[in-house]
Design a protein around this ligand. Sequence first.
Ligand SMILES: Cc1cc2nc3c(=O)[nH]c(=O)nc-3n(C[C@H](O)[C@H](O)[C@H](O)COP(=O)(O)O)c2cc1C
Length: 331
Amino acid sequence: MPRTSFTDLVGCRLPLQQAPMGAISPPALARAVAAAGGLGTIAVPPGGEVPADLAEHTDLPGGVFAVNLVGEDVALATIGRAARHARVVDFFWSWPRRAAVDAVHAEGALASWQVGSLDEARDAVDAGVDLVTVQGRGAGGHVRGDETLGALLAGVVDAVPVPVLAAGGIADGRGLADVLAAGAAGARVGTRLVATPESGAHPEYVAAVLDAGDGATEITDAFAVCPLCATRPTARVLRSAVTAVRGLADEQVGVLSTPHGDVVLTRGHGIPPSRGVSGTVAAMALYAGEGVGAVTEVRPAGEVVAAMYRDADALLAGAVPQPRDPGGRER
Ligand SMILES: Cc1cc2nc3c(=O)[nH]c(=O)nc-3n(C[C@H](O)[C@H](O)[C@H](O)COP(=O)(O)O)c2cc1C
């Protein structure tokens, strides 16, 4: 597989970014992906602050990192702090704005924006971003737009002069090969990395992902309880979670333990269940993308990334494709 405009720009070896996934993607996951040659991403919670120990997390010889900031009102000082310790500052769930991009560039980092439409991609480029990620409607978690990845990717690749990453439903080498062949400079991968020892996902969430199979997700507003959201967000989750939350009698679905004390999780809350959660996990926001059927085993993140790259490389070189075996296990 040739180098891509993404790997050249960012300086990582593999054309793959680990998606930020809140507490599901702790720094250990970002470090594992970065050590394997991908772009590791440190997630900052909505309205939260860049971790004080960010520099320690991103201090990995040869490792390349992004910091993800979500929401409309991220302070410029927060952006600056992120940019001081990461190669890329990655924005989502806010319309692209030049002041944010300028704050990244002022610290010498690259600005990236995950977008859900061609209009948003164009505005991101007008705002000065160095790369964009297009998110198709097959993505796990909050879904920004309503187009399929294929349609959106084709439109954006033709329209913008910066490297384009593809996100949504990419969970194996075939998915990576498909988007590279369609003109993407790399892929952003979330759901596949939920089932890794480095992920922060609650074991019941991981088990539900492994059991799900193809066609097991839907876009819903059943998990739209979100104090900081201006509008009611929709997200792609396991359908089993929608069924479970609708059948829940209690207003409280569980409790999240944090260093600052316990937080009660009300029914329909948008926080995905991490290991710090107790309660009815099956009725929580089990975010998952359309590629969930390809996630059939827990495997170290570095191995996942290496296998995706190796399989994509073989496919793009015209080698005989490696089908999943009848048991659905990856080879
Ligand atoms: C559990 C989970 C949590 C997510 N949280 C975030 C987030 O905090 N910030 C963000 O930019 N994207 C978040 N996303 C969306 C990803 O950026 C990306 O679009 C998505 O994972 C790609 O689709 P895939 O999950 O099918 O690979 C999340 C996705 C998942 C599955």
